[in-house]
Ligand binder design. Structure first.
Ligand SMILES: C[S@@+](CC[C@H](N)C(=O)[O-])C[C@H]1O[C@@H](n2cnc3c(N)ncnc32)[C@H](O)[C@@H]1O
Length: 213
């Protein structure tokens, strides 16, 4: 049965892999999920292309996809359930309240995949690599935890590298053209829906992975 947008949104709310309205388990996610395992978060996961590839390759990890759009999350949840990817969860949540959703040093990896670039200077604080977001990621990641960032947008990438380098960080991998450098860690090549579109347009994909000191 083909569902319309309203039906998809409604169905998402009761989907077994969905979490709508954060479950107030900041700092206790592993306990809540019922197994101690690496906790990987994708910000703005959309329809879950990246998340599902990750879950297939690392079935022991918890994969949390966060997005505001329920109909996109429905697609991710439906696909994950059809494949029996039981350690995937989809969170309908706003990135702005990330530190209410997760506790300090709780996450192992944060993936920021093709976020909206917010090119206007007036909107700089909305960019997911703005200094205040980096400070939040630092608090949320365990020691040795990593941030992975992918974008097609050269200006956003340059801005992000400037912020990353001006903080207490160590860059572990960096590429201005990810797919022309096929020897980085395999996770970096799990493709998202936007990434496929940008590559089809001939745009190079930028990637950086870093940790906080
Ligand atoms: C450009 S899309 C990229 C989607 C996916 N990462 C990909 O690469 O295919 C950006 C995504 O971020 C989500 N998003 C934007 N602002 C958000 C916010 N404040 N909180 C949660 N999700 C947000 C949008 O709904 C959208 O799905």
């Amino acid at each position: 049965m083909r569902r319309n947008k309203t039906q998809r949104k409604r169905e998402f709310e009761t989907h077994p892999l969905a979490l709508v309205g954060h479950p107030h388990v900041a700092g206790r996610w592993r306990e809540f999920l019922g197994a101690d395992a690496p906790l990987v978060l994708e910000l703005g996961c959309g329809k879950g292309d990246f998340l599902l590839q990750y879950a297939r390759s690392f079935p022991q990890s918890w994969l949390l996809g966060l997005d505001v759009k329920k109909e996109r999350l429905w697609k991710a949840a439906t696909r994950a359930a059809a494949e029996g990817l039981s350690r995937v969860r989809l969170l309908r949540e706003n990135i702005l309240i990330l530190e209410q959703v997760f506790g300090p040093q709780e996450l192992d990896e944060i993936w920021i995949t093709f976020p909206d670039p917010y090119p206007k200077k007036a909107h700089e604080d909305r960019r997911l690599t703005a200094a205040h977001f980096l400070a939040a990621y630092r608090r949320l990641l365990r020691s040795g935890g990593r941030v992975h960032f992918k974008t097609d947008n050269a200006e956003l990438f340059e801005y992000s590298l400037m912020n990353i380098r001006s903080g207490p960080t160590r860059i572990l991998s960096l590429s201005d053209d990810l797919h022309a450098n096929p020897w980085l860690e395999p996770k970096a090549y799990f493709e998202t829906a936007y990434e496929r579109r940008f590559r089809a347009e001939g745009l190079p994909i930028r990637y950086v992975c870093f940790e906080f000191l």
